[in-house]
Design a protein around this ligand. Sequence first.
Ligand code: PHE
Length: 455
Amino acid sequence: MAEKNKFGSKIGLVAATVGSAIGLGNVWRFPAEAQQGGGAAFLLVYVLCVFLLGIPVMLAEFSLGRGAGTDAVGAYRKFAPRSPWWIAGALPVVASYIILSFYMVVAGWTLGYFLQSVSGALYRGVDVATPDAALDGIFAARMQEYICGTSGPLLNTYALIAINLGVLLMGVRKGIERISNVLMPLLFVLLLVFCSVSLSLPGAAEGLKYFLAPDFSKITPAVVVAALGQAFFSLSLGMGILITYAAYYPKRTRLVRTAVTVSLLDMMAAVLMGFIIFPAVASFGLDGAEMEGTALVFVTLPEVFARMPATQLWSSMFFFLLLVAALTSTISIAEVSVSFVQNRFRRSRRSACMIVLVPLFLLSALSALSFGMLDWVRIGGLGIFDFLDTAATNFMLPVASILLCLFMGWRKPGILRGELCNYGSDDSRLRGPVLFIIRWVAPLLILAVLATSVL
Ligand code: PHE
């Protein structure tokens, strides 16, 4: 692969990879899971999962991608030609495309809420004096109206597809790397600003305690499985993303150091998010039960902002932060397919971007409308959005990760060994433990996670 198709700097490649890792998983999954899993006790289990399993699997993806210098399918084909191993690469390409189709929709919601915050529409008719229960009702109804609507979700999803197209057309270095170099530092600045605001609210300590008091009695096997799933989702593992991005890493990039940096930054973003959400929610005496997902972000937090001075400013900034987190993730997911189409079908970057993104105008529309106009469509009892989410996240990703471990651990351990120490020029002490985990620990544990979601 020509050097112009590589990331241009160390910072740039870390920013792009972190951009993929930090997404809505950090914002609305992590704090809720931490709270349910016993606060700091969960955090401990989570950190162990990241270090013992997440980083080794990340290293296996990096090694495969950089070793082959091509897309996920091409990488398996290159190292195991004329064998069915290419399926292990095709699986994450398909899964990531499915995920892309609905992640684009959620990213669209964040854009919608950002625009409604800027215009003030979200807070129309609401002020500090509105009683709690009424406020809750208003924002719940507004979320319902928005998400179940037609033009709002559709247009914002389309806007996101267009932004993705714009960035991806510019290429790896001028598009992905450049935008990540700007957006990632900005994201951390925003996180820190919100952290300081939230921690200085009256009653913040109460919320912090809620988030961080370690309750080891809550650590059950189910919580460990949840921590593991969260680690994989948050680090963007099993989707071919890291294989694809690592193909753009220069040969001198130190993989172990990169993996540790990316994981630490990702964890930091998650913990900062906890520091923002818990104190804010506690300070305004809001219902801690609504700590999760869409309701947290689109109902509870607007309630917090409505209670604060400069409502529109904080609200716009927060949804912008969310948009940034979501956007860099969508870009990385889309790149998996773009690079696949480019290599496999020998297309120019331009036509590959079109082939991947244009059909999304139709596909994502199905998910965008699945809470409104299309909510009568049910697959296995689930709406379109939830069905795609479950199929890709709970089944395809774990299977793809197990296959990756078997391939790198048993079929091609030489590549893992070589890439980890840059064929002798970097520290090689971690090769043994990483290989052991990839061969034995990771496949068995992921299998256990898969079993719990099937049974
Ligand atoms: N890692 C992202 C997050 O934490 C999630 C993600 C999913 C990223 C799919 C890319 C692809 O939200």
